[in-house]
Write a protein that binds this ligand. Sequence first.
Ligand code: SF4
Ligand code: SF4
Length: 166
Amino acid sequence: MIYTVIKAIFIAFAVGIRNIFKKRMTLRYPEEKLEIDSGYTFDYKTDTGSPGFKGRHILYTDKCTGCSLCAIACENIADCIDMVRVEGNWPINERSIMPQIDYGRCVFCGFCVDACPFDCLFMTPEYELSVTDKRKLVHTPFQLAVFPEKKGTVKLVPGKRGAHHD
Ligand code: SF4
Ligand code: SF4
């Protein structure tokens, strides 16, 4: 019995000492942030998706036709896209409707991106979406049209899991 306890303590110390010399994989968020280069895109011509990060969407309002295919794709998943009217002159969008996304319900599956046949809805590396008022989780087309700021201090090391510090 006493032998088993001593052995367990020794193993616990050995594991701890071994890991002291390993590089840390976790980040001190929010002081440290992961630098992510690209978001998820889909090429409808070749029917292939890119391996990018699935964060907040980017909407190219000048290319959106208001076809609603993104909203239809989302209907049976999270039903979080509403087609809303937008002010302005949109030559290829007769009804002036564009997607508005509720991030309180979005599951970041990317199906809406796959469904867009006009190359105007993609995903970005923006993952900081928390707010204190859940109504602010509803992003209007104009909010979706803004490119997120590039953030991040820690890069991923190719071939390794997680974030590694230099
Ligand atoms: S990524 Fe979000 S908005 Fe797009 S289909 Fe999935 S749940 Fe809907
Ligand atoms: S984002 Fe794409 S799929 Fe959605 S309404 Fe605009 S053109 Fe259609």
